[in-house]
Design a protein around this ligand. Structure first.
Ligand code: PLP
Length: 471
């Protein structure tokens, strides 16, 4: 774990730091802005960080999706793109790599994660069926609903409590799931939708014990188990660190074992795979594969490219191999933990335990004097930008939208501001700057007055809503 911390804590004994297992070959300059420039930029953006221009951002923690830095090997691989319409060399390389690291027999490439979600939802859900899962993800649930399914959350209760330190807050509550199957009948269940790690719960992992038990339960009732493998490498690292019996196993082996308990998976390559675009769906079942392979030509592209260029598939195959290296994943998650520890030591309220890809600041406790309809998480994101040019994202009442029946705001339990760390992009010094910026606005928190919404689009309002500061 982050040893640099010792310095911060004023301790001198036995320091053995570790550092990233890479060095920097090419740099991308970023803009340092003045307070006046930031004041103007955030006002022009209606105090919504989604509406900021990236050129006005100093440290961009909006998302870890498609924002990874590729390695020299991946860039070299781009030159090996075989841009044939059918049967590209790079497809077979990718297929072999996914089979080797994720175990599934049949691969269908897609343009990104939601393309894969679309295909598997359409192929595996019948109108009126139920899809139980460990907390929803925005695009996943929407595709399941559009295929006629009804998503039911069966995650353990601990996941909904930002202060509960359960080591595997992504676990499925097996009793909740079994009750659901018994009440509705197994034929009413499309499949179990398991995600590792769980983004909306704060990047929380699922244990090996849980997936094993889940496999048994699914077998007992003849229900399929499909995995959202988007951050499954990060999940595997947490198993290595926290679960009995896995401390000496390589992350690559843990990933394979976990996948072996599931019937198939979909993937957003924009996360774990260290590329800027791409995805796939992979399954063991021949008939389902046949359906997916047929559907992909309608929506994505031929089944040997699915919306990706040959060079994209090559970069992805290399990215997969790099992503399962223990040294890499330790540094990736270590950086997130490092930032989390700094904030925790300063008693800044964040979701615990710190997850794999982001810090979620608990804006309800941060701005205890601001009621939810003054948009505390949105305020925090705007203040962070004003202070230091850092871009974060609101995950609270704005993201939750309005209740379609009453027209009132939905007031979610979790009112969070997300600081998402891109892979291999920023250094520990950037994390220090981020932590100090959060601390600085925390020290001045009592002065915050909140925001009022002055423009509200009908769909997914958090992307385009505009605000003004309250006097
Ligand atoms: C990002 C993401 C998706 C959707 O993938 P895209 O590549 O953005 O289309 C699905 N599931 C999870 C858990 C994700 O984080």
């Amino acid at each position: 774990m982050p040893q640099k911390q010792l310095k911060t804590m004023g301790q001198q004994q036995k320091r053995r730091s570790w550092a990233e297992p890479w060095k920097i070959k090419m740099v991308e300059p970023i803009k340092m802005t003045t307070p006046e420039e930031r004041k103007k930029a955030i006002a022009d953006a209606g105090y919504n960080t989604f509406l900021l221009k990236s050129a006005d951002v100093y440290i961009d923690l909006l998302t870890d999706s498609g924002t990874s830095a590729m390695s020299d090997r991946q860039w070299a691989g781009m030159m090996l793109g075989d841009e044939a319409y059918a049967g590209s060399v790079n497809f077979y390389r990718l297929e072999k790599t996914v089979q080797e690291h994720y175990t599934y027999k049949h691969l269908v490439p897609t343009h990104q994660g939601r393309g894969a979600e679309h295909l598997i939802s359409q192929a595996a859900i019948k109108e009126g069926q139920i899809v139980p899962g460990n907390m929803y993800f925005t695009t996943t649930r929407l595709h399941q609903e559009m295929a006629g399914g009804k998503f039911v959350d069966v995650i353990i209760d601990e996941a909904h409590d930002p202060q509960n330190t359960h080591p595997f807050k992504g676990n499925i509550d097996l009793q909740k799931l079994e009750d659901l199957i018994k009440t509705n009948g197994a034929e009413k269940i499309a499949y179990v939708s398991l995600a590792g790690t769980v983004n909306m719960a704060g990047g929380q992992p699922v244990s090996m014990e849980n997936v094993k038990a889940l496999r048994q339960l699914c077998d007992k009732y003849g229900v399929k188990l499909y995995l959202d493998a988007t951050r499954m490498v990060e999940n595997s690292y947490f198993i290595q660190q926290r679960e009995k019996g896995y401390a000496d196993k390589p992350v690559a082996a843990i990933l394979k074992e976990f996948c072996s308990y599931t019937d198939g998976a979909w993937m957003s390559g924009k996360k774990d795979h260290l590329v800027n675009i791409g995805g796939w769906v992979a399954v063991n079942d021949e008939d389902l594969f046949d359906q997916l392979r047929n559907m992909v030509v309608i929506y994505e592209g031929l089944h040997t490219y699915g919306g990706m260029a040959g060079r994209d598939m090559e970069a992805m195959a290399i990215g997969i191999e790099e992503s399962v290296q223990d040294d890499y994943i330790r540094a990736r998650i270590g950086q997130v933990q490092y930032l989390g520890e700094l904030l925790t030591n300063w008693n800044i309220p964040i979701v615990q335990p710190v997850g794999g890809h982001a810090i979620f600041v608990d804006a309800k406790r941060f701005y205890a004097h601001l009621p939810q309809d003054k948009f505390p998480s949105q305020t925090l994101a705007a203040e962070l930008y004003l202070d230091s040019g850092i871009r974060a994202m609101e995950r609270g009442v704005v993201s939750a939208g309005r209740d379609p029946e009453t027209g009132n705001h939905r007031y979610p339990k979790l009112e969070l501001t997300r600081l998402t760390i891109p892979r291999r992009v920023y250094t520990e010094a950037h994390m220090d700057v981020v932590a100090e910026a959060v601390k600085s606005i925390y020290d001045n928190r009592k002065k915050a007055k909140g925001l009022k919404m002055v423009y509200e689009p009908k769909y997914l309002r958090f992307f385009q809503a505009r605000f003004e500061p309250l006097a």
